[in-house]
Design a binder for this molecule. Structure first.
Ligand code: GSH
Length: 202
């Protein structure tokens, strides 16, 4: 069955597009326009009127991390979705952590830098977000000490989910100098062919 991924490539739908490329499963990309997300037809897919959303046969799902964890559990091979309950919990841990500890400050800076008219920018909010980032990136840096990926030597859905959030550190030119493990891990993840393929999905 072909899964449908809803949402423009330049949105959080990129996370789901990355994983379908990584898993090598057939998918249909329903690119959507942001202006259509509150249309009645789309609200039947995702009542939040947001992207991404997934439809897999009769099954519908929203929330980017939930979509990716579902697809990884269903289609992951060779440890991409780990076998043990503990390792699966670690994948959930990093996915939730990315959303709660990292996403907001990164997005605050990204929106201010690239999507806000100069007279509407909020330097205080940006300064606060800048101040918030070293703490989680310090934690991530420590977790990656002596290992290539979050669970060890294998790239898993934990890496994909967290790197898809942390990818926003690139356009805002976050300084990974004090966090070299996190910086090289992010480069390693973002150099994967599936990430590049997802970004060029029309
Ligand atoms: N926590 C949700 C956030 C979804 C979200 O806010 N998506 C944005 C696009 S990146 C959106 O649909 N915005 C439209 C709106 O808020 O009306 C997820 O990770 O899927």
């Amino acid at each position: 069955m072909t899964v449908k991924i809803y949402g423009p490539t330049a949105s959080r739908a990129a996370r789901a597009l990355w994983i379908v490329h990584e898993l090598g499963i057939p998918f249909e990309h329903v690119a959507m326009e942001m202006k259509d997300l509150k249309n009645a037809d789309y609200l039947k897919v995702n009542p939040n009127g947001k992207v991404p959303a997934l439809v897999d046969g009769d099954f519908k799902l929203f929330e980017s991390m939930a979509i990716n964890l579902y697809l990884a559990a269903k289609h992951g091979k060779d440890g991409f979705f780990p076998a043990s309950l503990e390792d699966q919990a670690i994948c959930h841990q990093w996915s939730f952590w990315g959303m709660t500890e990292v996403e907001k400050p990164l997005l605050t800076i990204l929106i201010d830098m690239f999507m806000t008219a100069p007279d509407k920018r909020k330097p205080e909010a940006v300064a606060e977000a800048q101040k918030a980032l070293p703490k989680p990136f310090g934690v991530l840096n420590g977790a990656l000490q002596g290992r290539d990926y979050l669970l060890g030597s294998k790239f898993t859905v934990a890496d994909l989910n967290l790197a898809s959030i942390c990818s926003w550190a690139k356009p805002i030119k976050f300084d990974f100098g004090p966090f070299p493990n996190a910086g090289t891990w992010l480069d390693r993840c973002l150099s994967r062919p599936a990430y590049k393929a997802a970004r060029s999905t029309k």
